[in-house]
Design a protein around this ligand. Structure first.
Ligand code: YNC
Ligand code: MG
Length: 414
């Protein structure tokens, strides 16, 4: 059982951490193995330059054909190149942490794993960490224990930079999640979701009835709701940092460069007559009288390939990303008690998420997905999200801490 994971500094099955801290004895980069791990004969390591168009195309093709599928093999994630560039070149990223494996003879890219640098806070500890994502082995090379080699190699490269912790998410359960979130789905396009088998047609219902039930208004309704702009970055940063400080674990977004990258750099635009896909959609509420930013909300676009359907081949899915609201902050005096603030926040988040769904439906998304994290439980059901069969497990490498109930995302399942 877990031949690989039982050798790694992670909480082992059945254990539960009480004390917070690293699992391994402290080391320095000088203690780290200097040579790459050995690959099976016929394969070689290849650091992938994701800013190089041809190399990005290779990663994109590998993932489009071989990355995560649902249990019934109906859908497969179809990250755009724009998305991958956004996710892999966040402030502080290291090119050496974008690791490929090629067939020596042909140069074909057959496996990939990536890390970016993120500052994390868990309870009261804050540290630089790696966020590991896009682990992928070509379908023809599965079950040959290549994944452990990729994981050990990325660990080695991260450790060489004096970073000893990592965060990652997976659909599979391995030792040992600190939190598990459930996926919820908000139908935005009933005829298509029923046709492709994503949503059932409830007994006794009709498509027309579903369409009416899930129809959003054509315009947003919160006064001052608008797209986020460059000049909002400092205010959005302060708001988001303050909002996230309420949760047991979160990415710190400690400088405005992070805010700019994660909420503005993925905007769609036309370059040399070519359409660059919009990845992240960020909105703020600017108070019409004070001109202050009181709220923000965002989502990203992550389509899935619909496998073997005669009519549709892409599911246009949006994923709820970060949001924040000052509704929960007490106005100084102790008069605002916790219950009142929570009720205020509940109301505000429902209004905000409703406007976000309005934007998403108007923009042609088929579904909005969200996880049971942050304050999502305040609005998911009211905004007609329904529970799905998917779960996402959250993991830390070389960090022990008590598990988090209900769960809280970090940089999300990007
Ligand atoms: C997984 N997703 O348990 P044991 S998520 C971690 N994350 O080891 P083989 C995984 N471990 O149990 P295959 C894993 N999936 O024997 C499998 N494993 O100890 C473990 N799928 O290796 C598994 N992408 O090579 C087992 O399996 C061992 O050929 C088996 O390859 C696995 O990106 C995989 O779902 C996932 O491409 C590459 O199935 C392949 O099946 C595939 O025989 C479709 O491996 C795509 C897919 C995973 C998406 C993701 C996060 C990855 C996190 C990796 C762990 C990072 C640790 C921190 C490192 C930095 C530390 C510092 C500092
Ligand atoms: Mg393998």
């Amino acid at each position: 059982e877990h031949k690989f994971w039982k050798t790694q500094p992670v909480i082992q099955n059945g254990e539960e951490a009480v004390k917070e801290g690293p699992i391994d004895a402290p080391k320095t980069p000088a203690d780290v193995r200097q040579e790459p791990y050995a690959l099976p004969a016929g394969f070689e390591w290849s650091t992938v330059d994701v800013k190089n168009e041809e190399q990005m195309r290779e990663v994109h093709t590998l993932l489009t054909e071989n990355y995560v599928e649902d249990d019934e093999a109906m859908f497969r994630f179809r990250y755009s190149k724009e998305f991958l560039l956004w996710a892999l070149t966040a402030p502080g990223y290291l090119p050496e942490w974008h690791i490929g494996v090629r067939v020596q003879k042909t140069g074909k890219l057959v496996a990939f794993i990536s890390g970016i640098k993120v500052e994390l806070r868990a309870y009261s500890h804050t540290w630089d960490s790696a966020e590991i994502n896009y682990l992928c082995v070509h379908k023809k090379l599965r079950s040959k224990r290549l994944a452990p080699v990729l994981i050990k190699e990325v660990t080695r490269r991260v450790n060489l930079t004096n970073i000893w912790q990592a965060i990652y998410t997976a659909g599979v359960v391995i030792p040992t999640p600190f939190s598990t979130c459930r996926y919820y789905h908000r139908n935005l396009n009933p005829p298509k979701l029923v046709d492709i088998g994503f949503s059932p047609l409830p007994r006794g219902s009709t498509i027309a009835r579903l369409v009416r039930n899930y129809a959003m208004p054509t315009t947003t309704s919160v006064p001052g709701f608008r797209e986020m702009r460059k000049e909002d970055v400092p205010q959005v940063g302060n708001l988001l940092r303050r909002y996230l400080s309420r949760f047991p674990i979160a990415q710190t977004f400690s400088n405005d460069e992070d805010i700019d990258h994660w909420f503005l750099s993925g905007q769609g635009r036309d370059v040399d007559g070519k359409r660059v896909e919009q990845v992240v959609w960020a909105y703020v509420v600017e108070d019409p009288t004070t001109k202050e930013i009181t709220d923000m909300i965002s989502f990203y676009s992550l389509p899935s390939t619909i496998m073997q359907h005669p009519k549709y081949d892409v599911l246009n899915a949006a994923y709820l990303f970060y949001y924040a609201s000052d509704a929960i902050f007490s106005a100084g005096a102790s008069s605002d008690d916790e219950t009142k603030l929570k009720a205020k926040l509940d109301e505000r988040l429902n209004a905000l998420s409703k406007d976000m769904l309005t934007v998403a439906q108007t923009s042609g998304f088929d579904v909005m997905n969200a996880l049971t994290l942050l304050d999502n439980n305040m609005f998911l059901t009211e905004q007609k999200f329904g529970p799905g069969d998917g779960y996402l497990n959250y993991y830390l490498y070389n960090w022990a801490m008590p598990p988090i109930n209900g769960g809280m995302d970090t940089t999300t399942a990007r």
